[in-house]
Structures are given as C-alpha cells and as structure tokens.
Ligand binder design. Structure first.
Ligand SMILES: [Zn+2]
Ligand SMILES: [Zn+2]
Length: 327
C-alpha cells in the first residue's frame, strides 16, 4: 500500500484537510460497516487500513518535528468507536470504549438532606486474565514488543495514537484468539457495592465512582477502567424544599395566633420540632431552626409564616379590637 492508493480507497483527494478526511472517513466507515454493507465485508477493513496508513504517515512526519508534537486520533466521538473490531484484524487497537452500564438510585427528600447509603448492583467488563486484556495470545515466536498486534498504542488524556512496531515492522503478528474472552479482552463481572450518598445531593445529580466502570484496555498508565456515573433521583416532599443549604417550609397560622404569639410543632428533616412564634408576627415572617439544614453545613430550617386572615370583615374587626390593634 502506498499513500496514493490509500487516498484512492478513501475516494479522497490527497490535498484534503485532516478535518475533512476524518469526517469523510467516518461517513464511509458507517456506510460500509459490515453490519450494514453485506455486499463486500472486506471494504470496511480496507477503509480502516487506508485511514490508519495515512494517519501513521502523518504521525511520522509530525514526530520528526519536535516542536509540533503529536496529532493522533482523538476519541471525541466515543459512540462511533464503540463498533466492535473497528480497525479490522491485525490492526486492532487493544483499547475498546464500551458503553458503561446505567446505574440509578432513588432516595427520599429527607435522605437527600441527611445523606444515606444504598446497595447497588450492576455488571461490568473486567480484564480477561488469560490474555491480560489483549484478546489474543502470542503464538510461538510472535513479536514480544507489540504482543503480535504489529503496532503499539500510546495514549495521553485526550488522544490515542498508534505507530508501527519498530522491531517486527508489523509483520510478526503470530497470535491466537483468546478463547476465554472470545477476543474481547474482557469478561463480564457482577459488581455489588454499598455506596454512601452524601448530604446535599439534588435530584438529577450524579455520583462518580472512579475506576468502577468497564475495562478499556492496558495503556501506558496500566489497566484503564472508566468511571461509573450513578444517577440520583430525589423524591420531592410536598412540604419541604431546599434553598442553598437551608430546608424551607411554609406554616399556616391564624391571624389570632400571629397576633398573640404561640408555639407550634413543625416537621423537619430531623423529625418534629417545636417553634415559638412571637406576638405580633406578620405574614412572610421567617423563623429559623438552627442545625436543621443540609447535614454537615451551617444550613437551617426556615419556616415562612403564612397568616390566614378571616374571610369575613366583621370577624377581622372583632379580632383586631380584642387584641387592641385598633384604637
Ligand atoms: Zn482473553
Ligand atoms: Zn512487533
């Protein structure tokens, strides 16, 4: 294969920009994916090989200029790269980005204020120990440097790039498919965990469990596992709500109680509490109960008074006169 042929396979002009080539390649790969394009299953492989070949040539150009650094594959579009075996045989990268299992938990309003714990169960992919996550086993005198892949994968935070194995130049790829994992490099494993839900988690928040997701491959930093995001849904409470670190509720009281003052029992996330309402309290006055907001913060429970006035004007005047509010 030479560059000219590679561009021909991709039906592209050799002057095409990197960006255009990439999007063009993705379109072709989707169009000719073997699941879709049954006429010529080899076509997909050829396209991938041609694209990789062009990328590698570019990388070699780039690596000769120490001031430019690498510009390799970027895996921004994870969905696309979730196609199995998307690089075809012999050019397979040992990185696979698998969709993580969806895990969600449901908690009550009070649990969101106080924090709680939950048992969770899900199934994830873990490294296949038989082939050490590679999906293949070396046969006889296969190349040790590249593990028979013919190429070496390196990775930074955002970028994955490959280069041909300098030792065997990609020719010594004797290998057997791993039977334990059926070349996946990973096997399924059930996880059951007890997780702590910290106080203050709001409906729609996610909890991240670092490294508890799927096995993605063995990289230069060792085994790589993705994170799991646990979606939390909080059941709303008909009476209580959250504002910053405070819990807020409304209390209906009569005009007479507001004028004379009284004590009332109110429901908080920490159980029932008794509060004192001062005489001559007004509508919308706030009463604070300390240490009853989001646990572990200086949040309070804020009671907002909702003073109910008598509907009948004569009743209103009677109350005001009795309380010596009119003179
Ligand atoms: Zn295996
Ligand atoms: Zn090699």
């Amino acid at each position: 294969v030479n560059l000219k042929e590679a561009y021909k396979v991709l039906e592209a002009d050799s002057n095409i920009s990197d960006e255009d080539l990439k999007s063009h390649y993705k379109k072709l790969a989707v169009k000719y994916h073997p699941d879709v394009y049954k006429e010529d299953p080899e076509k997909f492989k050829k396209i991938n090989e041609a694209y990789q070949f062009i990328q590698e040539n570019k990388q070699q150009e780039v690596s000769q200029n120490p001031f430019q650094g690498f510009s390799g594959f970027d895996f921004n579009n994870f969905d696309f790269f979730q196609y199995p075996n998307n690089f075809g045989k012999g050019t397979k990268s040992n990185f696979r980005f698998r969709k993580n299992p969806n895990v969600s938990i449901h908690i009550s309003f009070k649990e969101s204020v106080l924090g709680c714990s939950r048992d969770i169960k899900y199934t994830r992919h873990i490294k296949c120990d038989v082939c050490d996550g590679k999906g293949i086993e070396l046969k006889g005198n296969g190349c040790q440097d590249c593990d028979g892949f013919g190429r070496i994968v390196s990775r930074t935070a955002n970028t994955v790039y490959t280069r041909s194995c300098q030792k065997c130049l990609g020719h010594n790829t004797k290998k057997n498919n791993c039977k334990n994992c059926n070349t996946e490099g990973s096997v399924k494993s059930d996880v059951s965990l007890n997780i702590n839900v910290p106080p203050g988690v709001a409906n729609g928040n996610s909890l991240r469990l670092s490294g508890m997701g799927n096995f993605n491959g063995v990289g230069i930093f060792g085994e790589e596992y993705s994170d799991i995001l646990i979606a939390v849904s909080v059941k709303s409470d008909p009476k209580l709500s959250i504002e910053k670190n405070d819990v807020v509720s409304y209390l209906d009281i009569s005009l007479l109680d507001a004028l004379k003052g009284c004590s009332k029992k109110v429901e908080t996330a920490y159980g029932e509490k008794e509060i004192e309402i001062k005489e001559k309290s007004k509508h919308s006055d706030t009463i604070l109960i300390p240490n009853c907001g989001i646990k572990g913060t200086d949040g309070k429970h804020r009671i907002i008074l909702n003073v109910n006035y008598p509907e009948n004007i004569n009743d209103l005047i009677k109350i005001l006169e009795e309380q010596k509010c009119l003179s």
